[in-house]
Design a binder for this molecule. Structure first.
Ligand SMILES: [Zn+2]
Ligand SMILES: [Zn+2]
Length: 300
């Protein structure tokens, strides 16, 4: 182990590894070349720094935002600009097993199964100090000699389309043995929906929730609302197969927005409009529908 460390760069000297989980020097990683061109190359395995761990990636989901990044670059920001031809590895919805610990890390152990969230704030800007680390003012300002400590894996730093990735300890959540690798990749997506309900003031069991838009976040919002005791949970969508998944995840009613007027249906189902409407489509039409299907004093 000492020899392996000696052969590596100085950044590995105070990293903890375990003979049970040897970390190779190089790994396979997908990198973005020109738009829509991913290639599989060999990269050095990155060393975790202070407050960081190295995660061996066991499963990764592909998000619509990944496809957007491959095509248009945004919202990824590498070296202050578009992410093309910068040796950048995308991927932000992944889980894995901790393989190495940066200096001073004792919050996790090697072998722990974890899922990850995207953002680690710099911890020093105005937004981070207020706890709003996803709005960190140092987003993307970590390249060359500049390292503000901010990471958004798969957006401003290397992500999960690789064998290993470095994560800040604040971005890892332990996964119970009963949860599969595949399920664990979606924990943060479900958390996004849950955060929405928390920001709305918290759901009271028995209140009605309408979710517009059966994408992954909308579908998980249905599941989260149901788990929190919302009643009824109504899903509005235009894709029949997606609405069917919504029923499986706990929607009490689904409304096909192509053949029915969602505002009328919601008003009929809830009496006077819904207590909460979560717009996961975000179009002009759905924003307007949300306003009209919300009960007086309800929240969107
Ligand atoms: Zn995503
Ligand atoms: Zn910050």
């Amino acid at each position: 182990m000492t020899t392996a460390k000696a052969q590596r760069g100085a950044e590995w000297h105070s990293v903890t590894t375990s003979p049970d989980m040897p970390v190779p020097d190089a790994m396979q990683a997908w990198v973005l070349g020109d738009p829509e061109q991913l290639s599989l190359i060999s990269k050095p395995v990155p060393a975790p720094g202070r407050a960081e761990a190295l995660v061996r990636i066991d499963a990764v989901a592909i998000c619509a935002t990944d496809l957007e990044i491959l095509k248009y670059g945004t919202p990824a920001l590498i070296e202050g600009g578009a992410p093309f031809n910068k040796n950048f590895t995308p991927g932000h919805e992944y889980m894995g097993t901790i393989a190495a610990l940066g200096p001073g890390v004792d919050e996790f152990g090697i072998g722990d199964r974890v899922t990850v969230e995207i953002h680690a704030g710099c911890g020093q800007c105005k937004r981070c100090r207020a706890g709003m680390y996803t709005s960190c003012h140092n987003y993307g300002l970590n390249y060359g000699d500049r390292n503000k400590g901010h990471r958004a894996n798969g957006f401003t730093t290397d992500g999960g389309f690789a064998e290993y990735a470095v994560n800040n300890i604040n971005t890892m959540i332990k996964v119970p043995d009963t949860m599969s690798d595949e399920e664990a990749t979606l924990v943060v997506t479900a958390g996004t929906s849950m955060y929405g309900l928390t920001e709305l003031g918290g759901l009271v069991a028995g209140e009605s929730v309408v979710v517009i838009g059966p994408g992954p976040i909308g579908l998980l919002a249905v599941a989260v609302a149901k788990a929190l005791g919302a009643s009824p949970v109504v899903l509005v969508g235009t894709r029949e197969n997606r609405n069917a998944i919504g029923l499986k995840l706990g929607a009490d009613h689904v409304i096909d927005a192509r053949s029915e007027d969602p505002v009328e249906r919601v008003r009929a189902l809830t009496g006077n409009g819904a207590d909460y409407v979560i717009d996961c489509a975000g179009t002009e039409i759905t924003s307007n529908q949300a306003v009209h299907m919300t009960n007086r004093g309800g929240r969107i």
